[in-house]
Design a protein around this ligand. Structure first.
Ligand SMILES: Nc1nc2c(c(=O)[nH]1)N[C@H]1C(S)=C(S)[C@@H](COP(=O)(O)O)O[C@H]1N2
Ligand SMILES: [Mo]
Length: 528
């Protein structure tokens, strides 16, 4: 009996999975028209991201790094599959239970879609229509199965032996084969719908094609050529210029926002004498400048790689703000992206003489979609979460005591100046190196202050000055190398520290929350 019961749950669970696939597929297909953020999977994932407590986000980034999105998607798939199977089993026992679960899930997804920043009137439609289609498929599939009531009844021999109860386990039974065929077909259609919907959603807006056809104007002030020795000649050190393809990506967007430059606008408002609206054409017609800026994420652990250096092209933000004329009370600019992310940047950092840019170019090309196409902010000296808003559409001039940004509401500091840090790239942690002279090398950063000096220490020995590579400017990282003369055999621990004009970085170990990690990067190596 237990075995039969087990078997009898498999078919309804499969029906639930097939109906779930249809729900997701129909949702994604409709979302190709109503916008990616109304895709039920995307909307629920995005709402989950927004509701994630800081400790969980921190743990996820620390554990999965930039694979956090893939892990979230996989987790979502597992949870959804379990719920879909449960809905199938419940509906088989009693239709109203299963239906209620489907309606509740569809409703939740619809609500999630309505709370997205760019939600239109039709935002809940994909979730609602998807759930309706799923219910229809579930009903149709379950009709092909014998009722569960027979099994749910007391285990009296007459009922258990009734032909209707035995039917599902008889492989040759045409109704069972028909059920499997119908369920597989529904599941396959759902998966195809999901794929087609996602592809059509991205292509339908034609933003990729627009981006590829773009040519950016020349800067009125090109970035200076970095000194020839900006890169140390040690294999294994991260390149001084981070290729866009490997530049770290951190954001809350589960689907890269597709923003058409033709309809893009930047609205500057709030504590200003004059509201300003800027179009893409106006932006490109302005005097654009270029600058090397090293961007860093506040979630970067000591020794981590959520940091990269690039050549950015854009309009100094101070020029946009000058057109709007902030009033005397203003001390902060809350930048907002199409997907609702916000960052709080001190007004000062956007109006002083640093290269805070409304950037349109990276590495001589339009921004890659995942790095903020068509327009993002880049502000030297500040962590990305308080400054580097991608897909930016709004600058609200305000005050720190009047508004809070996305991560500040989730427990992170309202201000995020980059902390002076250094990293050993060579040798790698855990490496075994041959005895003799050992090359130790890496990078260090103290954006907008500059790295003055780097020192290395072996075990508990004295700090030794490393040799600095060429200086690419105070807003960029700086490479260094040090030769460990006749490294003694055995296990050793290398430490590094950088100095900015205010002195050495702190060795006190702190985690990334609330305003960035501190402590010396250390690697353990074995000298053979
Ligand atoms: N719209 C949007 N912009 C954003 C974020 C985001 O979640 N959404 N994350 C910020 C954070 S935390 C960082 S570190 C930088 C990373 O920029 P990158 O992905 O181009 O490296 O983008 C910032 N800009
Ligand atoms: Mo970040």
């Amino acid at each position: 009996m237990g075995r039969d019961r087990h078997r009898s749950a498999a078919a309804p669970a499969a029906a639930g999975l097939a109906a779930g696939a249809v729900t997701v597929g129909v949702g994604a297909l409709l979302a190709a028209a109503t916008g990616a953020s109304s895709d039920p999977l995307v909307a629920v994932g995005a709402a989950f991201v927004d509701l994630t407590p800081p400790w969980l986000k921190d743990w996820a980034v620390a554990t999965f790094g930039t694979a956090d999105k893939a892990v979230l998607a996989a987790g979502q798939a597992v949870v959804l599959a379990a719920l879909a199977a449960l809905a199938g089993v419940l509906a088989h026992r009693r239709w109203s239970w299963g239906a209620l679960l489907v309606v509740a899930l569809g409703g939740l997804a619809g609500l999630a879609a309505m709370t997205r920043a760019d939600a239109g009137l039709l935002a809940p439609l994909p979730a609602v229509a998807g759930a309706a289609a799923g219910l229809l498929v579930l009903r149709t599939l379950l009709r092909r199965l014998p009722p569960a009531a027979a099994e749910a009844a007391p285990a009296d021999a007459a009922v258990a032996d009734a032909p209707v109860a035995a039917a599902p386990s008889a492989p040759a039974d045409p109704s069972r084969r028909g059920f499997l065929l119908a369920a597989s077909l529904a599941a396959a259609l759902g998966v195809v719908g999901l794929a087609v919907g996602r592809v059509a959603g991205a292509a339908g807006r034609g933003v990729q094609a627009v981006r590829e056809g773009l040519r950016l104007p020349r800067p009125v002030r090109p970035a200076p050529a970095p000194p020839p020795d900006v890169q140390v000649a040690v294999a294994g050190v991260e390149p001084w210029v981070t290729p866009p393809a490997t530049f770290y990506r951190i954001d809350t967007a589960l689907v890269v926002p597709q923003v058409d430059p033709g309809t893009w606008r930047l609205r500057v408002h709030g504590l200003v004498e004059r509201e300003v609206e800027l179009t893409w054409d106006e932006l490109l017609a302005s005097d654009l400048v270029e600058a090397w800026v090293t961007l860093a994420c506040v979630s970067n652990p000591v020794g981590g790689d959520l940091v990269g250096n690039q050549r950015w092209l854009g309009l100094p933000v101070r020029e946009v703000l000058a057109r709007a004329r902030p009033t005397g009370e203003a001390d902060m600019v809350l930048s907002r992206s199409v997907d609702g992310f916000t960052a709080s940047t001190p007004l000062e950092a956007l109006t002083d003489d640093r290269d805070a840019l409304l950037a349109v170019g990276m590495d001589g090309a339009p921004l890659p979609p995942e790095h903020g196409f068509p327009v993002r902010l880049v502000v030297p000296g500040l962590y990305g979460y308080v400054s580097a808003t991608k897909w930016v559409t709004e600058l609200e001039v305000t005050r720190f005591d009047a508004a809070q940004a996305y991560w500040t509401r989730r427990g992170w500091s309202e201000r995020g100046p980059v902390k002076t840090q250094s990293r050993i790239d060579v040798p790698r942690a855990g490496a075994t190196v041959p005895a003799g002279d050992v090359l130790v090398a890496g990078t260090a950063w103290a954006q907008h202050r500059g790295v003055d000096r780097v020192q290395v220490r072996v075990d508990d020995g004295a700090w030794q000055d490393a040799e600095l590579a060429g200086d690419g400017g105070v807003d960029t990282w700086r490479q260094w190398r040090w030769t460990w003369r006749v490294a003694p055999a055995g296990a050793h621990r290398l430490h590094v520290r950088a100095f900015d004009p205010q002195g050495p970085q702190t060795g006190a170990r702190e985690g990334v929350v609330p305003d960035g990690a501190t402590g010396y990067h250390q690697v353990e190596v074995t000298v053979a």
